[in-house]
Design a protein around this ligand. Structure first.
Ligand code: ZN
Ligand code: ZN
Length: 262
């Protein structure tokens, strides 16, 4: 028992310090060091977020502890031989799942997240589960892990389920965990980093970036997706303003208008 608590504490330290380092670096480099050069891409240029950041970091610490507990649950299931995780590439099917596993994981996680996210916006559920995340209307890189503990559990429960159901190489699974953190940081940092050309390239134009998710924090009835826009497109929940906003933040000539573009 103490053995597992020790490893939860170690993994908590890794997840939380990685969040501090990654969100801190992202915020510092893009919002501070490159502030003038990237002015046209920053959504809320002059907003003061001091007190908000403190709340977000406190909430992210609790969320990191929950994520660590679920991470150790995955490790426990793996050691006990219940998961479909594998290490060797000694068969054709293991090579096929090297690519198919992450694709299936991303599709299922996207589907799971889109629908629980719609559910979390229902009256009665929203106040108990999802309001904390939406208290950050002007989001920053620090908002990435700022959820209510119940929402953190709902998100994290997908991880043990996924390793029970989907054959995945261990390193592919670890890469997917890194993608989750990277995506959450990019989508909340309040600065569009995708190039304008991505709006014209198939697959890339279906990726959710900062502009897409920022619209969700401003207009909560639109843009519920996690990594991809396909569920929002299929269900008619993508904001009609998204494309125009993406264009405005990725075209340099619009820079002089600053925050008035909202
Ligand atoms: Zn968000
Ligand atoms: Zn929401």
């Amino acid at each position: 028992m103490w053995h597992w608590i020790y490893w939860v504490a170690v993994l908590f330290a890794v997840i939380f310090l990685r969040y501090i380092a990654f969100s801190g670096l992202y915020h510092h480099l893009l919002r501070k060091r490159l502030r003038e050069r990237l002015r046209h891409r920053i959504f809320h240029y002059d907003v003061g977020v001091g007190a908000q950041v403190g709340t977000e970091i406190r909430r992210s610490a609790i969320v990191s502890l929950i994520f660590a507990a679920f991470g150790i649950a995955v490790l426990f299931l793996w050691q006990a031989g219940y998961t479909q995780l594998y290490m060797s590439l000694d068969s054709t099917s293991n090579y096929i799942w090297l690519a198919a596993g992450p694709v299936l994981f991303l599709f299922l996680q996207e589907t799971y997240y889109y629908w629980i996210h719609r559910w979390m916006h229902r009256p009665g559920v929203y106040d108990k589960v999802h309001r904390w995340h939406h208290e950050s209307i002007e989001t920053t890189a620090w908002t990435a892990f700022s959820f209510h503990p119940i929402e953190a559990v709902l998100q994290a429960v997908f991880l043990p389920l996924s390793v029970l159901l989907i054959p995945m190489h261990v390193f592919a699974f670890l890469t997917l965990l890194a993608v989750m953190t990277l995506s959450a940081t990019i989508n909340h940092a309040g600065i569009e980093i995708f190039p304008a050309s991505w709006a014209r390239i198939p697959v890339l134009r279906g990726l959710i970036g900062a502009t897409h998710h920022d619209v969700h924090h401003k207009q909560a009835r639109y843009n519920f997706g996690l990594y991809f826009t396909f569920w929002d497109k299929w269900m008619g929940t993508e904001s009609p303003k998204f494309s125009e906003r993406f264009r405005s933040f990725t075209q340099r000539q619009a820079s002089a208008e600053g925050v008035e573009r909202r």
